[in-house]
Design a binder for this molecule. Structure first.
Ligand SMILES: Nc1ncnc2c1ncn2[C@@H]1O[C@H](COP(=O)(O)OP(=O)(O)OP(=O)(O)O)[C@@H](O)[C@H]1O
Ligand SMILES: N[C@@H](CCO)C(=O)O
Length: 322
């Protein structure tokens, strides 16, 4: 269920006219997704996705939407938000802030293979190069400061073993974040949540091409290495065991480095920042699981998966070749 605010044809028509999209031919609710209300919108000028933001406020949206516009205009496969004649990307519909972006072709993959991971790695590197010229700044709102606040809130829900893991990892990450090598890592506006369900592939089975990446609403400035870690932890990990598939990770990183070679410290700190990414999603899932903000809006994802990913990062660290 992902329609919390109903949109009717006349409301959609008014917005389409204001954005120069032509006549509305169809408006279809999108059932997947849990954060926002989403519709597929077909107009005489093309296929669009209409999003009504259920939690983010209008003043929080320009960073995300301008980042998408910047990447799209740099030639990346990212949906481009449609502006009004004044160039504004945040609109209003049904009392909610709204955006319209072009619709990507294809669908998300449940089980990416080497070929898909390599394509994603190449696009991730191009995104990291393209944000060098992106002028807006917002910190990653799920950074180490957020983790320091989130950990004590969920700590009481953990058993002894998970609690000890959390305490040790918080200490490790605190130490890592203070190190000169970490502080000197290259950084920029990164997606920070580029899981396999936030990318689309199009084409015949086995020969699919990456058609785009979307859902930038956790983006913020962080190290590029952290963003790579978040991606590897989802695209290259077995969802049943939480264990890394090294072949997929190598395919992804090799394709990344063909576009943006990693500096020595970026490679050296990747294992620690994979741990930072696993910790971030373990904490957010623990929070959603034990302390749901609004039970009717959220279907929590199991936290245990990221506890396993974190343990695997620690027990079987993958050190990519320098
Ligand atoms: N630009 C796009 N092109 C094609 N489909 C899209 C696009 N944006 C969103 N979708 C579709 O809408 C669905 C919901 O989008 P999204 O994942 O952003 O949901 P959400 O509720 O905003 O966030 P969350 O993933 O956190 O639940 C996606 O799974 C995808 O099928
Ligand atoms: N990708 C996140 C949810 C949305 O941020 C997770 O799997 O926990």
């Amino acid at each position: 269920m992902a329609v919390y605010t109903e949109v009717n044809a006349s409301q959609a028509g008014e917005l389409a006219a204001a954005l120069g999209l032509g006549e509305v031919l169809a408006l279809r609710p999108i059932s997947s997704g849990i954060e926002n209300t989403n519709y597929f919108l077909t107009t005489s000028s093309g296929e669009w996705v209409l999003t009504l933001f259920e939690r983010l406020r209008a003043d929080q949206l320009p960073f995300y939407l301008h980042l998408m516009q910047h990447l799209a205009r740099a030639g990346l496969p990212v949906p481009e938000p449609r502006g009004n004649p004044a160039g504004e990307l945040v609109h209003s519909l049904g009392g909610k802030p709204a955006a319209v972006v072009n619709r990507l072709k294809g669908e998300s993959l449940d089980a990416p293979d080497l070929h898909h991971c390599a394509q994603l790695g190449g696009v991730l590197a191009r995104m990291h190069l393209a944000v060098e010229s992106f002028p807006l700044h917002q910190p990653n709102l799920r950074d180490i400061d957020w983790r320091e606040q989130a950990a004590p809130v969920v700590r009481p829900y953990l058993d002894d073993s998970a609690g000890a893991l959390l305490d040790a990892e918080m200490a490790f990450q605190h130490h890592l974040a203070q190190s000169p090598a970490y502080r000197a890592l290259p950084r920029g506006a990164v997606h920070a949540d580029l899981f396999r369900d936030n990318a689309m592939f199009d084409g015949l089975p086995g020969r699919e091409q990456l058609s785009g990446v979307f859902d930038f609403y956790f983006a913020g400035v962080d190290t590029f290495t952290y963003d790579i870690g978040v991606v590897i932890n989802d695209w290259c990990v077995d969802l049943d065991t939480g264990r890394l598939d090294v072949a997929r990770a190598e395919a992804l990183l090799q394709a990344y480095q063909a576009v943006r070679p990693l500096a020595g410290d970026e490679l050296r700190l990747l294992p620690g920042l994979r741990r930072a990414g696993a910790l971030r999603f373990w904490l957010s899932r623990l929070g959603d699981w034990h302390l749901p903000r609004d039970a009717s809006l959220l279907t929590p994802k199991p936290p245990l998966h990221f506890e396993r990913v974190l343990r695997d990062c620690i027990e079987q660290p993958w050190h990519p070749a320098q």
